[in-house]
Structures are given as structure tokens and as C-alpha cells.
Design a protein around this ligand. Structure first.
Ligand code: SF4
Length: 398
């Protein structure tokens, strides 16, 4: 038996990848320990979405190499065809493999023992279930299709089995994750995302269901109907915008205009909408940036994940980075300030209103639309609340 620690950097797909490796190691009889205590093995699931993410991944690997005998670097940055991890200590292994192959590779290298570990949960309340991986779009700035490959989907049966298992383990919320969820297809069993949402949402015992993210072109009538007609679905949707300027969107090779983005979200006016935006793309002028602020405001977005543009190797815009760092920093700060203000405004709307909160940590939880609440109730409980006031961290329950 080996002891191991595991961490991930980046998005929810990275989280589920780390989870898969963890489950496999636990299933093989290895024992998890907190990273700060040190262990035989560390698994660091890396991210490469920006230069900064790669730098942090490298830093995490260096740190782990000091306190673990072996370190496995997995995930997106490990698959980036660059020397991002050159010169790391000898006990670090870079696992440049697809996510489906990674748990088996790491487990095989660590050495399976075959005894069964009963509790294979990462998070008691919420579980992330991957339904799809890879992306067949080719946005000009994005390295993900290069490191994760083309879109492919799990069978609906495998997804539904995993959801049932997670619910039996005690998870009350399921988040369906993937790189490009709207591309989900189980052709043999005739499933697309809307049907999968309906059937996952009908799993007995499941209280909440969310999508991690969806491209706006996939937000069509069929999906909106499935979201609205499935009682377990939370009123929250994360829809990447990237830019509100049509010229920049074209240069990014996104597949929509700002007006399409706004039109497709019109029918979700009661949902809490969040987004991603890239700041400082090479053709982003000041006026173009301001159009991003305008579209975010018009769409009613309450939270923006801001990514200062950094060129990624192998992409169409790999050699382009003309917006000065100081300008990117200033625009990022303005966008974050707008996001904070919109978020606070939504929280204030909840004062005096009722909601149902799923408590996922001591003293905290999320309402139906994924707004954060501060509430005094046991972890894992769904509680009825009324908004009393707003603090910096969320809505205070009366
Ligand atoms: S849709 Fe575009 S940004 Fe998203 S993963 Fe695919 S290529 Fe990257």
C-alpha cells in the first residue's frame, strides 16, 4: 500500500480528472493523506489555460517533489507540447496522456494491491460527473483541443450509473462537467444533452443538478425546456462570452455575435448567469473592451471569470500578444469591479426573499441559483431561508 495526496489546478474538468485518479488509487487500496503531511505519491492535475496556470502547476510540482517520493503531473499542462516542466526534480513524472488513460497509468505505476477502500468521495455534498471530454471547436486562442483532443462522450448509461452511485454515497448535488457539454452525444442510445439532463434530474434522491458550463450556441429551445422542466435543475448557468465585441469574437473564431449571445439568454432572465471573458486579446481596442462591459451588463451577468489573454503554444494566435500588460491589468480590474457590483446587486435582491439552501460547508451553502448564503445548519441539509442582509461573503439567512 502507498500513501498519496492529490490536488488539481484549474476548472471543474480538472477536478473530475483528479477525482478519477483518486478513486482509482483508493480502489487499489492506497491511502490518501493531506499533501502538507507528505506521502509516497503526489498527483498534481495541472492546468494550461494561461501562462500563469502553467507557472502555478510547475510550482505545485516543485513543492510536492520535496515532500513526496514520487510525483505524477497529469492533466492539461502535462499534455502541452512544450518544455513547461523541463528541469523539475527526478522524482517528477509528466504523464502526457488522455484523461481516460491517466488513472490506469498512474495506478499501474504506483502498483495495484487489489484491496477495496470503501469511501471514495471527494466532496460529501456535491459531486462532479464528467459526461464529455475534448473539444472539436477551434477557437483561435485556445489550447484545450490540442491537449485534450476532439470531443467524445461517455455513454448515457455510464453517466446515469455514476450519478446513481454518487447519490447513494450521499451526494445531494450533481454537476455535469465536460469541456464542451453541448457536444454531448450518445448516438447509439440516442441521447443529446437535453435528454441526459432530464434523466439525470429524475434519479431518485438527487436534489440539485447543474451544468458546469455551456457554449451559447448550445443554449437552444430544447435545452432551455429541459432545464426548466427538470425540477432538480438549479437556476444557474455559466455561459462563456469571451468578448462582447463582434470583431474580436470573429478574430477569436468564436461562433456567435454579441447579439446572438444576448438573444439566446433572453429566455433565461430568471437564471443566475455567469461567464468567462478574455481581456487583452490582440485585437481588443478600448472601444471593444467597453462593448464587453456593455454586453455583460445587458445580459444580466452576475459573475465574470476574467482571464487576461496570454498566447498559448500551438494556437492560431500563439505569436500575437500586442496589448500591453498594464492595459490588460487595468481592463481586468474594471471588469472584475463590474462583476463584483453585479454580484452584490443580485445578493441584495435576496434580502426579504425566500430560498432553499444546500449547506455544503459549516456555516455556508448555495441557494437555488447558486448564490452563496451564510446559514447556520448542518452540512448536507437543504434548508428554507429568508434573506436578512448582505455581507462580503454572501447573503445572511434570517
Ligand atoms: S469551445 Fe473554444 S474555448 Fe472552449 S474548449 Fe473549445 S476551443 Fe477552447
Amino acid at each position: 500500500m502507498a500513501t498519496f495526496s492529490i490536488r488539481f489546478l484549474g476548472c471543474k474538468v480538472s477536478h473530475t480528472d483528479a477525482h478519477d485518479v483518486r478513486e482509482r488509487l483508493l480502489g487499489d487500496g492506497h491511502l490518501e493523506r493531506p499533501a502538507e503531511l507528505g506521502a509516497d505519491v503526489a498527483v498534481v492535475n495541472t492546468c494550461c489555460v494561461t501562462n500563469e496556470a502553467v507557472r502555478k502547476s510547475r510550482q505545485a510540482a516543485t513543492r510536492a517533489a520535496r515532500t513526496h517520493r514520487r510525483v505524477y503531473l497529469t492533466g492539461c499542462a502535462a499534455n502541452l507540447a512544450a518544455d513547461a516542466f523541463a528541469g523539475l526534480p527526478e522524482n517528477v513524472t509528466v504523464v502526457a496522456r488522455r484523461s481516460e488513460e491517466t488513472p490506469g497509468f498512474v495506478a499501474g505505476d504506483v502498483g495495484a494491491l487489489g484491496c477495496v477502500q470503501a469511501d471514495a468521495r471527494l466532496d460529501r455534498v456535491r459531486a462532479f460527473v464528467k459526461i464529455q471530454d475534448g473539444c472539436s471547436f477551434s477557437c483561435n486562442f485556445c489550447v484545450i483541443p490540442l491537449v485534450r483532443g476532439a470531443s467524445r462522450s461517455r455513454s448515457a448509461r455510464a453517466v446515469l450509473d455514476e450519478v446513481r452511485r454518487r447519490v447513494e454515497q450521499g451526494h445531494r448535488e450533481i454537476v455535469l462537467t465536460g469541456i464542451n457539454l453541448g457536444c454531448y452525444r450518445d448516438r447509439e442510445a440516442r441521447y443529446k444533452l437535453p435528454r441526459l439532463v432530464r434523466e439525470v434530474g429524475a434519479v431518485p434522491g438527487l436534489d440539485r443538478l447543474r451544468l458546469s458550463s455551456i457554449e451559447v450556441n448550445h443554449v437552444d429551445g430544447e435545452l432551455v425546456a429541459a432545464l426548466r422542466e427538470t425540477p432538480a435543475v438549479s437556476r444557474h448557468l455559466h455561459v462563456p462570452l469571451q468578448s462582447g465585441d463582434d470583431g474580436v469574437l470573429r478574430d477569436m473564431a468564436r461562433r456567435y455575435s454579441s447579439s446572438t449571445y444576448l438573444r439566446r439568454l433572453e429566455s433565461l432572465e430568471d437564471f443566475n448567469l455567469t461567464t468567462d471573458a478574455i481581456v487583452g486579446f490582440p485585437t481588443e481596442t478600448e472601444a471593444a473592451f467597453e462593448r464587453t462591459l456593455t454586453v455583460i451588463d445587458a445580459a444580466g451577468i452576475t459573475k465574470v471569470h476574467v482571464f487576461p489573454y496570454s498566447p498559448r503554444p500551438g494556437t492560431v494566435t500563439a505569436a500575437r500578444d500586442s496589448v500591453p500588460p498594464a492595459v490588460k491589468k487595468e481592463r481586468s480590474a474594471r471588469l472584475r469591479a463590474a462583476s463584483d457590483a453585479a454580484c452584490l446587486a443580485r445578493w441584495h435582491e435576496k434580502v426579504g426573499a425566500d430560498d432553499v439552501v444546500l449547506v455544503d460547508r459549516p456555516g455556508r451553502g448555495y441557494g437555488d441559483d447558486y448564490s452563496p448564503w451564510l446559514v447556520d445548519a448542518p452540512v448536507g441539509e437543504l434548508v428554507r431561508v429568508r434573506g436578512a442582509a448582505v455581507s462580503e461573503e454572501g447573503i445572511l439567512a434570517a
